[in-house]
Design a protein around this ligand. Sequence first.
Ligand code: NAD
Ligand code: UGA
Length: 468
Amino acid sequence: PHKAIKKICCIGAGYVGGPTCATIALKCPHIDVTIVDLNQARIDAWNSDNLPIYEPGLDEVVKTARNRNLFFSTDVDKAIIEADLIFVSVNTPTKKSGVGKGYAADLGYVESATRHIAKVATSDKIVVEKSTVPCRTAASMRKILEANGKAGLRFDILSNPEFLAEGTAVKDLDAPDRVLIGSLDTASGFAAASSLVDVYANWVPRERVITMNVWSSELSKLAANALLAQRISSINALSAICEATGADVDEVAYAVGLDSRIGPKFLKASVGFGGSCFQKDILNLVYLSESLHLPDVAEYWRQVVAMNESQKRRFTEHIISSLFNTITNKRIAVLGFAFKKDTGDTRESSAITIIKYLRAEQAKVAIYDPKVEESQIWFDLAEPGIVDDVTALKKQVSISSSAYEAAAGADAVVICTEWDEFKDTNLDYEKIYASMNKPAFIFDGRLILNQNKLEKIGFKVECIGRSR
Ligand code: NAD
Ligand code: UGA
């Protein structure tokens, strides 16, 4: 016998907590879902017409369920007290100082949310790790809850990592490849897992909801991200060989992807992966391996991140050498600032690093992105703490309101994000060509352009993983 969940609280109204729990509310009208956060501005935005994150389809999900059985609030205590089940969906960034600096996950937010639950809970709770955490974090959470919770209360800890990708979050949540739930191998652990299985079973086919031990579940999340990122670094490593030999990386990816053991996905060569998680989670795995005295394993995974850094450097060096070894005072139009299309998220975006390299060469950079806010771009490019940097930055960098504006007077257009808007079927490249300095270069860092078509217009076209 296990408990039927009637009220859910989600701590953390970010990219994961918001869409995930909004979907649960949409699919389970009989369950009340309250998403809480300490950040008042973020909660206000969730309650407004202008949601704090851009995700295709999310507005509709939120509008349908909000104030029916979906609530956004900063009253963390009330939501915890009333809930049967609590998702902990707070951020777990890489540590910036202390032991494990630059590698280990900072679990400060997870710990403080856990302590908060222990402090205010007045009834039994199922506490679910939704955040991506190092293997064995559930044990720490349990110790904190047991040491600080009121006498006689039961806390069951589950691991339920999230696999959604930004830009397709609503689709991924609606029809996930799988939902993973890890629990302790005890009767109450199994009962808690069954309660959460029942929630997902409202819309996810039962065979796609899998259960396993809690440590496997925690590690599977890091493993999935490490393997996905490893594929991108592998194809990017091959792209360098293609550029030097005349092979074409898209053709190579197509040929190898037809092998059903390899498969076609996540083999698109690029300016390098970005996003808040791939690098963070691999470094986390590197740190875990080192803590377990497995230096060879650590080195293996570290190389995936090193390859990614090298790809961004190589791409920029190619821009500089193509432009006759100097880009000083040349206008370079950077199209795309988000880490991938269909999101306004810029965390760890390759564009940030590439622009940093271009600035170091004294180029004038004109940036256009269809979704990223101007203030976010300034924030990402400024070196924190250096006041003069902002003035210097604004002398070198400008933000344009269209691709045409960015390209006018430029020596080169550099595609950093694969927005559909930038495809040659959507932008008027004849107009862009006419407005640029000659020779007019295009560097396609995402392989979205028809090279022949653009060369016919007159462009010098340089693509990742291709040479002719
Ligand atoms: P985020 O920074 O967008 O959101 C986290 C939110 O938690 C913030 O709004 C913050 O104010 C809030 N918060 C922190 N401590 C709190 C506390 N004690 N009480 C209440 N609120 C608190 O982060 P995110 O991108 O949603 O990621 C959350 C977790 O999910 C991370 O562990 C991440 O690795 C993982 N993850 C992210 C993605 C993704 O696509 N972004 C996908 C899968 C997993
Ligand atoms: C990734 C995973 O895909 C999700 O399953 C996971 O839940 C999430 O991380 C997380 O843990 O945060 P996300 O980072 O949102 O999702 O987006 P991806 O589609 O994985 O793209 C990541 C980066 O890799 C982007 O910069 C993208 O442009 C790049 N990429 C992706 C490539 O360069 N080539 C590819 O073939 C695929």
